[in-house]
Design a protein around this ligand. Structure first.
Ligand code: NAD
Length: 274
């Protein structure tokens, strides 16, 4: 495909909170065109026009209940279904057909995450727990802070999301925890403490605690705290609307549509140093 041609995206989860905005903003982006829209089997809006559902007027693209008929090698499949099993099935199909893949769904188990990354490396893909420019930079800043502040600065993460969010802690909070652990040469799985209750005793110096708050319509706040003696450093990102996440995912789709096969991250999309 010529690099000047718009990339055709197929949005999976197209009637969801992220999906509707992906269709709406994707249809207005000259580097993209909405080529398909998939929803869950038995969803009440199946058959409706995806653009009408997204509030931008008819696009001539009906919401369908399966990816297979609309999954072509030249397309990029953009998955925000929020259902890991559905995402894995979509990734399998994209890998088989050589279609591009952008995955925003979070909440995978470690085994599911490994399977997803294995499938994603077989085609051109971007997998990110958070597509915002701000969080991509925050991940780099957190790694730098974890290196510069020695291990006597204890790291904890607090996240806040809306009351409908299914997975906890957020994929972004886990990515931030992994960034701290990697910078400090720690194994994240053994350092992570996802719950504290009762007589838990003193904090182990190597712990990385993560706390998830759920309230109202909060889009997503993340604080990474490094607590030292007599001082602390806090790095904070607040998403004020879903638009920054959707624009980042669309930027990733337009970028990866013209790339050779491989699993890329948002740092690659933004051209930030590794
Ligand atoms: P949502 O529940 O509003 O939307 C999900 C949509 O997917 C729903 O309409 C649902 O019917 C549909 N769906 C479910 N199973 C499906 C299937 N098999 N095929 C097609 N569609 C299916 O959720 P949301 O708030 O839009 O979030 C979706 C996911 O994206 C969650 O995992 C969330 O954590 C994640 N998310 C990621 C980012 C990021 O930047 N990576 C940002 C926001 C949300």
């Amino acid at each position: 495909m010529a690099s000047s041609e718009p990339v055709g995206i197929v949005v999976c989860g197209a009637a969801g909170r992220m999906g509707r905005l992906l269709v709406a903003l994707g249809s207005q982006d000259p580097s993209l065109r909405v080529a398909g829209a998939v929803e869950a089997p038995a969803h009440a809006l199946l058959g409706s026009d995806a653009g009408a559902v997204a509030g931008v007027g008819p696009l001539g693209i009906a919401l369908v209940d399966a990816l297979a008929p609309v999954c072509r090698p030249e397309h990029v499949i953009v998955d925000f279904t929020g259902v890991p099993a559905a995402t894995l099935a979509n990734a399998r199909l994209a890998a088989e057909r050589g279609a591009g893949l952008v995955v925003g769904t979070t909440g995978f188990t470690a085994a599911e995450d490994a399977e997803l990354r294995g499938l994603a490396t077989r085609t051109r893909s971007v997998v990110a727990a958070n597509f915002s420019v701000g969080v991509t930079v925050l991940l780099a800043l957190v790694a730098q802070a974890a290196t510069l502040l020695d291990g006597s600065f204890e790291s904890e993460i607090v996240e806040l999301h809306h009351d409908r969010k299914k997975d906890a802690p957020s994929g972004t909070a886990l990515a931030l925890g992994r960034a701290v652990a990697a910078a400090r040469g720690q194994d994240f799985a053994s350092a992570a403490v996802l719950a504290r209750e009762g007589q838990v005793g003193a904090r182990r110096p190597d712990e990385i605690g993560i706390v998830a708050l759920r309230a109202g319509d909060a889009v997503g706040d993340h604080t990474v705290l490094f607590g030292g003696l007599g001082e602390r450093v806090e790095l904070i990102h607040r998403a004020q609307s879903r638009e920054c996440l959707v624009r980042g995912a669309l930027r990733a789709a337009a970028w990866v549509g013209h790339r050779p096969p491989g699993l890329y991250g948002m740092r690659d999309v933004l051209g930030l140093p590794a």
